[in-house]
Write a protein that binds this ligand. Structure first.
Ligand SMILES: [Zn+2]
Length: 73
C-alpha cells in the first residue's frame, strides 16, 4: 500500500531504474506527473487514490513494481 501524503511515489523496475510520479496540489484535486515519460493525470483527493493511480501507472507503463522503501525499518 502506498504511503499517503507524500508528494511523490517511486518504484524501481527490474533493471534497478527508479521511476517517480510527482503529486502536486491543484485546488481540491491532485495532479500526477511521471518524471520518466511525462504522463499527467488529475485525480480526486481521496485517501490513497492519487497514490494508487501513480502506482498503477508505474506498474503498467514502466513495469516498475519494486518499492524502494519496502523492507526498511
Ligand atoms: Zn511514466
Amino acid at each position: 500500500m502506498p504511503t499517503p501524503l507524500r508528494p511523490s511515489l517511486s518504484r524501481w523496475d527490474q533493471h534497478g531504474r527508479e521511476h517517480v510520479v510527482h503529486i502536486h496540489k491543484a485546488g481540491i484535486q491532485r495532479t500526477l506527473r511521471c518524471g520518466t515519460c511525462g504522463w499527467r493525470k488529475a485525480a480526486q483527493f481521496l485517501p490513497y487514490l492519487p497514490w494508487l493511480k501513480a502506482e498503477a501507472h508505474l506498474m503498467e507503463a514502466h513495469q516498475a513494481t519494486v518499492n524502494p522503501a519496502a523492507g526498511r525499518a
